[in-house]
Design a binder for this molecule. Structure first.
Ligand code: SF4
Length: 361
C-alpha cells in the first residue's frame, strides 16, 4: 500500500504563526493545477504499490474552485482509495462544497479550526471565527461526512487554561472522530515571532503549556479517544491511515511545489517555489532533490517516527545507546510495555524531541 499527497500551496490570507510554504496568489491556481495534473500522470506508478490513501493538504485546499477540485479528482479515479482526506478552512465551508467533496470520493475531512475563541483566532490571523468553525463541522455532518478531524492549538499568547478546557468541551460536543492538537511554535520569520521579539506579545510559560497538553491527553482519553501519536487523538478505528504511513515507513508520492516523497529508502522533494515548479513541469526538466537514506539514517528515522507514536519501538530495535535508554527509563521518561516495546511516558512526551535526539546515533 502507498499514499499520495497533493500540495495546494494557496491561502486567502497568511496566518501570523505559519511558516509553511504557501502563497496568496490565487489567480495562479489554474496553471498550478495543470502542472499538478502533469506530475500525477508522470509519477502515478512510481511507488510500485497500489495507492490506498490520498491526502490533499496545503496551504488551503478549500481555496480550490469546484472545477479545480474536479480536475484533480479525474486523475485519481482509477485508484481504489480507502481513505481520501481533504483539508478545509472553516471560512470556505458551504453545503454545496461539502456535497461536491463527497461526490468526488472524499471520505475524511481535516478542518483547521485551531481555537473556538474569537480573540485568539484574531490574534493568530485566522480568517474564520468560532461560529463559522462550529457551523463548518455541523454542515459537513449534515452533508454526510462521518470521519472528521479538527486541528486545535494550545500555548497561544494570552490563552488561559479555562479557554483551553472550553475549547476541548466544544470539540467534544461536536461528536467528531479525530483531533490533532499542536502547541504553538515560534517559527523564524513569522509575524508572531516578530511580535514576540518586539515585546508586543508574551509567550505563555512552559508549565502552563505542559499542563494544557496533559489536560487534553487526560480529557480525551476519558472521552474514549486513543492517543495514538504525540499530537493526534482518534476514536477507535479512526486513526489517520495516510499520516500513519509517514510514521511507519509506507511509501508515499508527494505531488506539487515543495511536496516530499519517500519511496524505497529514497526521500525526494520538489522545489518550494511556484515558478520553479510550474516551469520545471512544463519544460519536462523539474529538478527534484533527493537523498538515499543510509542504514544509520533508517535507524534514526525509525526512532524518530516510532517514538512519536503509542507503539514506540521494539526494545530489541534499540541496539545502540542502551545506557541512555536505561537512564531515560530510570528517570521515568520512557517505559517498557508488556510486549517489550519502548514508549514515552506522559512526562517523557513533554521532552520528546530531546529523548529522540538522545536515542539517535
Ligand atoms: S496556517 Fe494554513 S491557512 Fe494559515 S497561512 Fe498557514 S497554510 Fe495558510
Amino acid at each position: 500500500m502507498a499514499g499520495l499527497y497533493i500540495h495546494i500551496p494557496f491561502c486567502k490570507k497568511r496566518c501570523s504563526y505559519c511558516d509553511f510554504f504557501s502563497t496568496t496568489l490565487l489567480a495562479r491556481q489554474d496553471e498550478y493545477l495543470a502542472a499538478v495534473a502533469k506530475e500525477i500522470e508522470a509519477r502515478k506508478d512510481e511507488a510500485a504499490e497500489p495507492i490506498r490513501t490520498v491526502y490533499i493538504g496545503g496551504g488551503t485546499p478549500s481555496t480550490l474552485s469546484i472545477g479545480g477540485l474536479t480536475a484533480i479528482n479525474q486523475l485519481i479515479t482509477s485508484y481504489s482509495i480507502a481513505e481520501y482526506t481533504f483539508e478545509l478552512n472553516p471560512g470556505d465551508a458551504t453545503k454545496e462544497y461539502f456535497q461536491h467533496l463527497l461526490a468526488n470520493g472524499v471520505n475524511r475531512l481535516s478542518i483547521g479550526i485551531q481555537s473556538f475563541q474569537d480573540n485568539l483566532l484574531r490574534l493568530i490571523g485566522r480568517r474564520h471565527d468560532a461560529k463559522q468553525a462550529i457551523q463548518a463541522v455541523r454542515m459537513a455532518q449534515d452533508a454526510g461526512f462521518e470521519n472528521i478531524s479538527i486541528d486545535l492549538m494550545y500555548a497561544l499568547p494570552t490563552q488561559t487554561m479555562e479557554q483551553w478546557k472550553a475549547d476541548i468541551e466544544t470539540a467534544l460536543s461536536l461528536h467528531i472522530q479525530h483531533i490533532s492538537c499542536y502547541g504553538l511554535m515560534y517559527e523564524e520569520g513569522t509575524t508572531l515571532t516578530r511580535q514576540r521579539d518586539a515585546g508586543v506579545i508574551e509567550p505563555i510559560d512552559e508549565d502552563t503549556e505542559n499542563a494544557m497538553y496533559d489536560y487534553i491527553c487526560e480529557r480525551l482519553k476519558k472521552a474514549g479517544f486513543v492517543h495514538y501519536e504525540v499530537s493526534n487523538f482518534a476514536l477507535q478505528g479512526f486513526e489517520a491511515q495516510h499520516n500513519s504511513s509517514y510514521w511507519d515507513g509506507t511509501p508515499y508520492i508527494g505531488i506539487g511545489a515543495g511536496a516530499h516523497s519517500y519511496i524505497g529508502n529514497v526521500r525526494s522533494w520538489n522545489p518550494k517555489n511556484l515558478d520553479a515548479y510550474i516551469r520545471g513541469i512544463e519544460n519536462g526538466d523539474l529538478v527534484r532533490e533527493s537523498e538515499t537514506l543510509t542504514e544509520e539514517d533508517l535507524y534514526n528515522e525509525r526512532i524518530m517516527l516510532g517514538m512519536r507514536t503509542n507503539q514506540g519501538v521494539p526494545d530489541s530495535f534499540v541496539s545502540r545507546n542502551r545506557v541512555v535508554l536505561e537512564l531515560l527509563k530510570a528517570n521515568g521518561l520512557l517505559r517498557e510495555t508488556e510486549d517489550k516495546r519502548i514508549v514515552a511516558t506522559q512526562e517523557g512526551l513533554h521532552v520528546l524531541n530531546r529523548i529522540i535526539e538522545d536515542l539517535m546515533i
